[in-house]
Design a protein around this ligand. Sequence first.
Ligand code: PCA
Length: 216
Amino acid sequence: MKSVLVTGFGPYEEELDNPSGRIAQALDGTTVGAVAFHGCVLPVSARAAPPLLRRTIESLKPDVVIVTGVTPARSKPALERVAINVADYPIPDNDGLMSIDSPLETVGPAAYFSTLPIKAILAEWTAGRIAGYVSNTAGTYLCNQIFYTAQHATAQTTCISGLVHIPVPSTHHGHGSHSPTSPPDFETLVEAIRSAGIVAATRVGPDLVLGAGSTS
Ligand code: PCA
């Protein structure tokens, strides 16, 4: 049995009904074939979220960690390529903390790449008519921070990890039936994370070589 830890965030200023936390809850305790999902909701707190993630990884020892968060400005789920070692918050966290230009780890690399097979996941989404893309910036707020925390915690292990940024779901229901510009519904976003977990847990060998770059 392979185990996949999916985290999401609870409410914060920009999104009081955070779909990322609801996705983690929806997947918690589910099993698909030989892949077992565990969900965990993290608070939007720079003080509390990183130690909670580290403790959960230490106790669960998952094969895969997918951290998720909402990004209200985007309309499609994004496979984030890179986590950077900086906190430069546009808004305070839920404890009122405002970090500006602070390193997340004083002894840590400038950046970590996602170790998820992001191109293979993108190909699987495309085959399942889930629109998504590879993003080259996860911002400098809590999602980037928890992504960096996951990469730092799993760097010397066989566990692979990365961040998927989630749009606010559309209220139009129907798998694959949304227009190209409107976001997927909630069930489709749950399916996107489920299939990302299955691909990550079962893929053998290196990631696909598949162009998904951008000019900006
Ligand atoms: N999204 C924020 C933090 C919490 C969340 O769900 C982000 O993108 O950084």
